[in-house]
Design a protein around this ligand. Sequence first.
Ligand code: AMP
Ligand code: GLY
Length: 440
Amino acid sequence: MKVLVVGKGGREHALAWKIAQSFYVDKLFCFPGNAGIAKVAEIPDIADDSVESLLNFALQESIDLTVVGPEDYLAKGIVDAFEAKGLRIFGVNKEAAQLESSKAFAKEVMKSANIPTAAYSTVTDFETGNKILKSSKYPVVLKADGLAAGKGVIICGAYDEAVSELSQMLGGKFKSAGTKVVIEEFLKGEELSLLLLTDGTNVKPLLFSQDHKALNDGDTGLNTGGMGAYTPVKSGTSELYEKVDKSVTQPLLKELKKRGINYRGILYIGLMVVEGEPYVLEYNVRFGDPETEPLMFMLISDIIPYFWAVAGKEGSSLRGKDENMPLFTTLESLPDLVWRSGYGMCVVLASGGYPESYEKGKIISGLDSVDNDCVVFHAGTKFDASGNIVTDGGRVLMVTSGGKNINEAVENTYKNVAKITFDKAYFRHDIAHREQERAK
Ligand code: AMP
Ligand code: GLY
C-alpha cells in the first residue's frame, strides 16, 4: 500500500521510520518532511503544505492511508476533507480535535464527565480574571484557550506575575488563542503521558512515557515543547492504568459519544499523578513529541494494521486493495501492542536560545557516527544548497537509543549525543532522572 505521513518534526520522522518497516507498505511519502525523513520516505514535490494541496496529491497518487502528525492539521479539518473524498486517513476529525484546540472545551467536557482534573475558571475579561486571581492560592496556572505551540501555559508564583500575564494573554500575546484564558489550580505530583489508539469505543494503550518540558537540568527554566522523553515509566503501573481507564478514558469516550463526537485516532492523556491518583492536565489529539520517538523505537508490532483499523469508518466502502489484507479489520480484533523489553529514551538537541530566539542554518556533523542501536530522529533540519544537513528549527534532533535498564539506556543515549555537534547546540543532561532515582 501507499502511505503518506503529514508533518515535518521528530514525531513524524519516528512515525515514518516505523511505517517504513511495515510488512504492508510498498511506498511511503512524507510532506513537508525534513532532511532525516528523506532517508526513510520520499518527500514529494507538492506546491505548498495546505490541506487542499495534500488532498490533491493523495487523490492523484491514490494514497491508501494518510497518517497525520501535527494538531494544527487536525484542527483545520484535514481528516474531514480527506474522508469527504473517500480517502482513508488516521487522525481525529475537526470536531474531536477541539479537545486539544480549546482548553476551555476540554475542561468543560471533563467537568460534565466527572473526570478528575484541576479546579478552574474560564475568563474572557480582565475584571473577572483579576477578581479570581486576587482570591487564588499560589502558584496558579494560566492557560491560553487555543493552540499556542506548547507555549500558552504559564505557572505564576504570585499575584503580580499572574495579573500581568493575564492582561498580556487577553491583550493578544498569543493572538486569538488568548481571547479566553483558563485559570487553574496548580497540582503538585509526577507528570506522565499515556497515549491510546482508539476507534471511539475500543482502546489499545501504548506504554506510559515521560516528557521533560522544562528547558534546563533539574526541571528548571522556561517551558518548551519537550527536551527529552523515556518509556516505560516505573510509576506507570498496571494499577495506575486501570485507574486511568476507569476514571478518565471510559468516561471521556462515553461523554464524546453522547455529544455525537466520533473520536478515532490517538488520544494523548497528559496526567499529573498526585499521591497515586491520576488527574488530567490536558488532552492532545495526536502523538506526543518527543514521546513518540522512544515509543516507536520500543514498539515491536507492525503499526500499520492499527492505523488502518482506527482510520476505517464504519460503513465506508473499503478500497480495492483491502481484499488482500486479511489482518485489517477492527481495532478490537487486533492483539495488544508488543514492546521491546528494557527502556527507550531520547534526548533533544536544540538550537541555543530555544524556546526564544535562535539562529538557523548551522551545519550538523557526526550524524553518521552514531552506534547501530541509536536512531537520530530529525525535527528541525534541512539540506542547504551544497547538500549539507543544517539546523532549521528550535528543536533540531532527537537522539534515541535504549538499554536493558534505565542506566544503560541513559549511557547509550548520551554516548551518541556526544558524537553529534553543531554551533550553539543545547541539550539537557538529566533526561530520565526520575527513573534513575527510582532505580537506585
Ligand atoms: P499543557 O500545555 O497543558 O501540557 O501545560 C504545559 C505544562 O504546564 C504541563 O506539562 C505541566 O508541566 C504544567 N501544568 C499545566 N497545568 C498544570 C497544573 N494544573 N498544575 C501543575 N502544572 C501544570
Ligand atoms: N510532549 C508534549 C506534547 O507533545 O504535547
